[in-house]
Design a binder for this molecule. Structure first.
Ligand code: AMP
Length: 517
């Protein structure tokens, strides 16, 4: 089958040829003919299968008729993260090079003004993250009743990030007569319910078993002691051993604080590394990704929320510095390598406390993962068995400061004191999130608290819900956002501090009146 058999317009076919693609992928072959007929689609496919083009190409063909009106976009694509939204925009630019379409990208972390201008001009294609889209709507700058095609992409990711209520609200704002193209890598019950509510007699296109791991990726488990410095040493040794075959690697951590610590440690050891996590500002994230894609960085230390779904075509290795807590994340992580038919390697560093997570992963993928160099039963007690013991010879006397010396031996920095203020060069958001005690110390002084509130308030006059949702969505390894109410009160308090304090901008006027005494 060729692209010409699918019913796409000549303009689209010409752009596809220029992109160098000759054969549609299974999701494209399955979805495009139905999408061109205006049918709803339920696409069960992961990134890396060519699913973006499976909705972009038919949309471009269908958009050739008609024109956009101010503030009334004709199509809407919802993406869970800014990076994915930007990636979809790139696809529209590439395949839409023979069309004169207005594309607007509405994502958090950037100013509203430019986005307003694009909406005012009339958008044929609107690509958005849910929070920022709703912000624009609430500001009265956007009308959704002209949307003819709605795409909900990475729906299971939306679920993980707590966006489902937003998606439901948005679906209800768009006329029922629209066409809906819905994509998800997995189909948990919440997603099935959503499709039953919002899709009309959809054509189901499933390209591979949900949550199956690619067969062109060599997967290995690597035993390690549990201490951070043990794991870092294991990782460095692995990287060195793989050097000849290693073009570049993504190194996944479960939490933002580990991303930051591992990144700094790798730099100290002269590894050419960058970091990517959900608390970085948008410009830094995009720059970091561009550097990695262009080969200016060999190692990218990343969290799941920042890296999932990204299309980086040629990654030779994935290292899981932490075993993912949610088994499906394993499939997504290792899927960053072995893309477009290439082979890839993934190594997962495992400690004794990880066995239940490994079991869950093996159940999900339906296979046992081979150990690289002996399983955990061969981890010697001094490395992993006695979790709190510093490394020392058997029977050697423990002396004060020994742990610090051990770290120095390894060229690593002593972990931050629990009550110390975050230093200037530490990423403050990470320190706050992972060490609530620091927060409490920091806000103990009332005067300081007041000035802190003022600073936060002025910083947040513009960004409210969208940034809270998109930028500060917790990493999956911590707690899922849907369960926010279960988070420790201290942590919630801190996150609240990062957005609106007290009444925020909505303080009633009478509370501002100065009392006469
Ligand atoms: P996606 O699943 O949309 O993230 O796409 C994964 C990668 O496959 C991207 O780099 C696309 O450019 C590429 N791709 C999309 N369609 C095709 C095709 N028909 N043949 C080869 N590569 C493709």
């Amino acid at each position: 089958m060729t692209f010409a058999d699918l019913g796409l317009s000549p303009k689209v076919l010409s752009a596809v040829t220029d992109a160098g693609y000759t054969q549609p992928t299974p999701i494209q072959a399955g979805a495009i003919p139905h999408a061109l007929l205006g049918k709803d689609i339920l696409g069960i496919a992961q990134t890396g299968t060519g699913k973006t083009a499976s909705f972009v190409l038919p949309m471009l063909t269908r958009l050739e008729k008609g024109r956009a009106r101010a503030r009334m976009p004709r199509t809407l694509i919802l993406e869970p993260t800014r990076e994915l939204a930007a990636q979809v925009e790139e696809n529209f630019i590439r395949y839409g090079k023979n069309h004169k379409l207005n594309i607007a990208l509405l994502i958090g972390g950037v100013s509203f003004d430019e986005q307003d201008k694009k909406l005012e001009r009339g958008a044929d294609v609107l690509i958005a993250t849910p929070g920022r889209l709703l912000d624009h709507r609430e500001r009265g700058k956007l009308l959704l009743n002209g949307v003819e095609i709605l795409v909900i992409d990475e729906a299971d990711r939306m679920l993980d990030m707590g966006f489902i209520p937003d998606i439901e609200r948005i679906c209800e704002m768009i006329p029922f007569t629209r066409q809906t193209l819905f994509f998800s890598a997995t189909m948990p019950p919440e997603i099935t319910k959503l499709t039953e509510k919002f899709l009309h007699a959809p054509v189901r296109v499933e390209v591979s078993k949900a949550a199956s791991a690619a067969t062109n990726i060599i997967q290995r488990l690597v035993k390690s002691g549990s201490k951070p410095w043990d794991k870092r040493e294991t990782l460095r040794n692995l990287i060195k051993a793989e050097d000849a075959e290693l073009k570049n690697a993504i190194i996944f951590c479960n939490r933002k604080v580990e991303v930051s610590e591992l990144f700094r440690s790798l730099l100290k050891y002269d590894f050419d590394a960058g970091a990517l996590h959900g608390d970085m500002d948008q410009r830094a994230r995009m720059q970091m990704l561009a550097n990695f894609r262009d080969g200016k960085l060999r190692y990218l230390v990343a969290s799941d929320v920042a890296a999932r779904g990204l299309d980086i075509p040629d990654v030779s290795h994935v290292f899981n510095y932490d075993v993912p807590i949610h088994a499906e994340d394993y499939v997504h992580r290792i899927g960053r390598t072995g893309r477009a038919g290439r082979s890839g390697k993934s190594f997962t560093i495992a400690t004794k406390s990880d066995t239940k997570y490994i079991d869950a992963i093996e159940r999900l993928i339906g296979n046992k993962i081979e150990w690289h160099d002996g399983d955990l039963s061969t981890v010697v007690a001094s490395e992993g068995g006695e979790d709190d013991a510093p490394r020392r010879g058997k029977g050697a006397p423990r002396r004060a400061g020994r742990k610090d010396d051990d770290r120095k031996d390894r060229g690593e920095r002593k972990p931050r004191e629990r009550h110390a203020r975050p230093s200037e060069d530490a990423a403050p958001a990470m320190v706050r999130e992972e060490q609530p005690d620091v927060v409490e110390t920091a806000v103990a002084d009332i005067g300081e608290r007041r000035s802190r509130k003022e600073a936060i308030r002025s910083e947040n006059t513009e960004r409210k819900s969208s940034d809270r949702n998109e930028q500060r969505a917790p990493e999956r390894g911590d707690t899922r956002p849907q369960r926010d109410s279960n988070r420790p009160a201290r942590q919630r308090h801190q996150e609240d501090n990062d957005s609106t304090v007290g009444f925020g901008d909505d303080m009633p006027a009478f509370m501002r009146i100065v009392a006469k005494v």
